[in-house]
Design a protein around this ligand. Structure first.
Ligand code: KG4
Ligand code: ZN
Length: 342
C-alpha cells in the first residue's frame, strides 16, 4: 500500500507516492520561481493561483509515474495543513479532500515543519529520534527537542526573519535573481568571508536559543549604501566586492546557526542533530555543522539535498500517523500559523 502526499504550503506545488518504507514510486515538484522572480519574493495570492493551475497536472504526473491503481493501492491521502500561506494551504487541502471522497480514502493532515525534520529520517536505517531538530528555511528557523516524529518541544527560534529570508533579501541587494539563497552561496565561493565585519546577533547570548537575522541583513545594507536610499540596481558594485559581501554575510549567518545548534545539543544533552529546510542545502553550512558535531562527538543527520527545499516526499511522515490510526476528518481546516509544539 502507498500514501499519496501533497505539499502546497508556500510556492512549490508537489506530490509524491511513497510506500511504508519510504520508497518513492513517483514524485514531482512544480516551482513558481519564474512567477515570483519579478517581485523578488513570494506574492501570496499569485502563489495560491499557481497552485490551483498546477495541482491537477502534478497529481496526474505522479500517479502516472507510480503506475498504481489509486483505489486499490492507496492507504491514505496526506496533505500539509500547517504552517504556511493560507491561500496556498487551502488549494492542497481541497485537492486532498476531493480525492479522499472520490476514492474513499482517509485523510492525514501533516505539519510541514515536522515533515522538514522527518526528511532526515528518509534513507536512514535506524530511527533519528530522539534528536535536536533544526529547521532552517525561507519561512522558519526553529529549534526543537524531538522526542518522536510528532512529539516535540520548542526550544527557540528566530525572533524576526527566517535565515532563508535573510539570504534572499541580501541576494536582492547583490542583484541576484530570486530565490537568492543558492545564487548568493555560489557567488560567495569567489569571496573572502573575512572582508566585511558583520554582527552575529544573539550568538554570544548563551541564555537563549532564540536567534535574529534582520539586524544582520540591515548591517549588510549599511555596508553597501550607508544611510542613503539607493536602488541597489544602480549601485554597480564591482564583482569582487559583491562576492566578498556574499561570503561575509553567509559566514555570519552560518556562525549563528552552528552556534545555536551547538547550544541546543549542550542544553538538551542530546547527541544527535537533524537539520532540514531549504538553507540546509547550503554546502558551507553542511560542512561547518559536521565539524561542530565532530568536535562534540555528536552525530549529524542532514536531509538529502534534494529533500531540503519544499517537496512532498517528506510527507512520508504521514505513515507514522497512519500506523497510529491518527487520521483526520473531512472537516479538517488549515492552520497557517506556526504551532510551536508542546
Ligand atoms: O524549505 P524551503 O523550500 O521553503 C520554506 O519552507 O521556507 O526553503 C527555501 C529557502 C529560500 O530562502 C532559499 O533561498 C533557501 O531556502 N535556500 C538556500 C540554499 N538553497 C535554498 N539558502 C542558502 N544556500 C542554499 N544553497
Ligand atoms: Zn518548507
Amino acid at each position: 500500500m502507498y500514501i499519496l502526499a501533497i505539499e502546497t504550503t508556500c510556492d512549490e506545488t508537489a506530490a509524491a507516492i511513497i510506500d511504508r518504507n519510504g520508497v518513492v514510486l513517483g514524485a514531482a515538484v512544480a516551482s513558481q520561481e519564474a512567477v515570483h522572480q519579478v517581485f523578488q519574493g513570494v506574492v501570496p495570492e499569485l502563489a495560491a493561483r499557481c497552485h490551483l493551475e498546477r495541482i491537477v497536472p502534478i497529481l496526474q504526473q505522479v500517479l502516472e509515474e507510480a503506475a498504481i491503481d489509486p483505489i486499490s493501492q492507496l492507504a491514505a491521502i496526506a496533505v500539509a495543513t500547517e504552517p504556511g500561506l493560507p491561500g496556498s494551504l487551502l488549494v492542497g487541502l481541497s485537492a486532498a479532500k476531493a480525492l479522499c471522497v472520490a476514492w474513499k480514502k482517509p485523510l492525514i493532515a501533516i505539519n510541514h515543519v515536522q515533515a522538514h525534520i522527518y526528511a532526515c529520517q528518509l534513507g536512514q536505517l535506524t530511527s533519528i529520534f530522539p534528536c535536536v531538530g533544526f529547521v532552517v528555511s525561507g519561512g522558519h528557523t526553529n529549534l526543537y527537542q524531538c522526542h518522536a516524529p510528532e512529539n516535540w518541544t520548542y526550544l527557540g527560534g528566530t525572533i524576526d526573519d527566517a535565515v532563508g529570508e535573510a539570504f534572499d533579501k541580501v541576494a536582492v541587494m547583490l542583484n541576484l535573481p530570486y530565490p537568492g539563497g543558492p545564487q548568493l552561496s555560489k557567488l560567495a565561493e569567489q569571496g573572502n568571508p573575512r572582508s566585511f565585519r558583520l554582527p552575529r546577533p544573539m550568538l554570544s547570548d548563551k541564555s537563549t536559543l532564540n536567534m535574529s537575522f534582520s539586524g544582520l541583513k540591515t548591517a549588510v545594507r549599511y555596508k553597501l549604501v550607508g544611510n542613503g536610499k539607493h536602488d541597489f540596481a544602480d549601485l554597480n558594485l564591482p564583482d569582487q566586492l559583491r562576492a566578498d559581501v556574499a561570503a561575509s554575510f553567509q559566514q555570519a549567518a552560518i556562525d549563528c546557526i552552528v552556534g545555536k545548534a551547538e547550544l541546543a545539543l549542550l542544553r538538551t544533552g542530546l547527541s544527535r542533530l537533524c537539520v532540514g529546510g531549504g538553507v540546509a542545502a547550503n554546502d558551507p553550512l553542511r560542512r561547518q555543522l559536521q565539524q561542530m558535531v565532530q568536535r562534540r562527538s555528536a552525530e549529524l543527520v542532514i536531509a538529502p539535498k534534494e529533500l531540503c527545499t519544499d517537496n512532498a516526499v517528506m510527507g512520508a511522515i504521514a505513515w507514522v500517523k497512519f500506523n497510529a490510526n491518527q487520521t483526520s476528518t473531512l472537516e479538517t481546516d488549515i492552520q497557517p500559523g506556526l504551532l510551536r509544539g508542546k
